[in-house]
Design a protein. Structure first.
Length: 313
């Protein structure tokens, strides 16, 4: 696919073969959004597409955005900026990371990659980071760095929703259920907007909390969706040995790598729901692979410290 082209081809849907699905008479395909681009893939590509086009249209040469130390959005924005010849600035949560920047970059593959793509990092305290939508804080950043096109944390805004509405293609109307992992709620809102009336959209939050429904409602008025809260594995960025083994086994059997923060929790949840008989026989499910594979390296370093098995695929 040509990155950021308006003619981006639909991502392929890969059928999953598994005895659990076969015995339940359920079909499951995964939309391989992770294959869009090596560094700007999945929902991050979709969210950035129209935001970066708008920045260029308005004459901006610098993109400023926000994220945690392992943020897929930070890595993708840095790579996209390099591709398009735009300067990028990442406002990173955690001032302590700046105390020994060489050590931070050595230990953090995400930030190391972002810097290698030309992104300038600004580390802020957690208190400051909570002000990331405050107009006065945003103005301070503009005063410090000059005129910037600001993309919010996770990339979610109305232009991001427009991009995420392009995840589903006309060929996807034959599915009964569309599944997506949920972070900030932008991706699933776009999917809900473009889903057909006969389709149900299920969201699998990667973090604890019931606040996401209200976030999603900001971007869609449709009601053919539901959040499944049972598969967050303890919260954002949390995983256990069972999760790692699931990722490795699924990857080996299906030749599909799953990221350890978002997509794996959705796929794990779908299989568990199938085993519990929650879906009717002959239900056709499409699960969206939202990318995020860059996070595997960082997760493995954390797993190594905990003396847990590593993600191998």
């Amino acid at each position: 696919m040509h990155i950021f082209s308006s003619e981006t081809s639909p991502s392929p849907n890969q059928p999953i073969t598994h005895s659990i699905l076969k015995s339940a008479k359920i079909s499951l395909d995964i939309k391989r959004e992770d294959q869009i681009h090596p560094h700007v893939s999945g929902n991050k590509f979709r969210k950035l597409k129209y935001n970066l086009a708008e920045a260029q249209k308005l004459g901006y040469t610098t993109i400023l955005t926000f994220g945690g130390a392992y943020s897929n959005h930070i890595a993708a924005t840095a790579a996209a900026g390099k591709i398009l010849g735009l300067q990028t600035i990442g406002v990173i949560r955690g001032e302590e990371l700046a105390n020994n920047i060489e050590k931070t970059l050595l230990e953090n593959d995400t930030l190391q990659f972002a810097v290698s793509e030309g992104m300038q990092l600004k580390f802020v305290t957690r208190t400051q980071y909570r002000e990331k939508t405050d107009p006065s804080f945003l103005q301070q950043l503009q005063d410090e760095f000059g005129a910037c096109y600001i993309v919010p944390e996770g990339g979610t805004n109305t232009l991001a929703i427009k991009g995420c509405q392009e995840i589903l293609s006309p060929e996807d109307t034959n599915y009964d259920i569309i599944c997506s992992a949920v972070g900030t709620g932008g991706t699933i809102a776009g999917i809900i907007n473009s889903a057909e009336a006969h389709q149900t959209v299920l969201g699998f939050p990667a973090l604890k909390g019931d606040f996401l429904a209200e976030e999603i409602k900001k971007y869609t008025s449709k009601t053919n969706w539901k959040l499944i809260h049972e598969y967050h594995f303890g919260g954002y960025g949390k995983i256990n040995q069972q999760g790692v083994e699931f990722i490795n086994t699924f990857g080996a059997q299906q030749n599909i790598p799953l990221d350890p923060v978002y997509t794996f929790k959705m796929i794990f949840g779908i299989f568990d729901m199938v085993q519990k008989g929650i879906f009717k026989k002959n239900t056709r499910i499409l699960a969206i692979h939202t990318g995020g594979l860059q996070g595997i390296a960082g997760m493995n370093k954390r797993l190594e410290k905990k003396k847990l098995p590593l993600i191998t695929i």
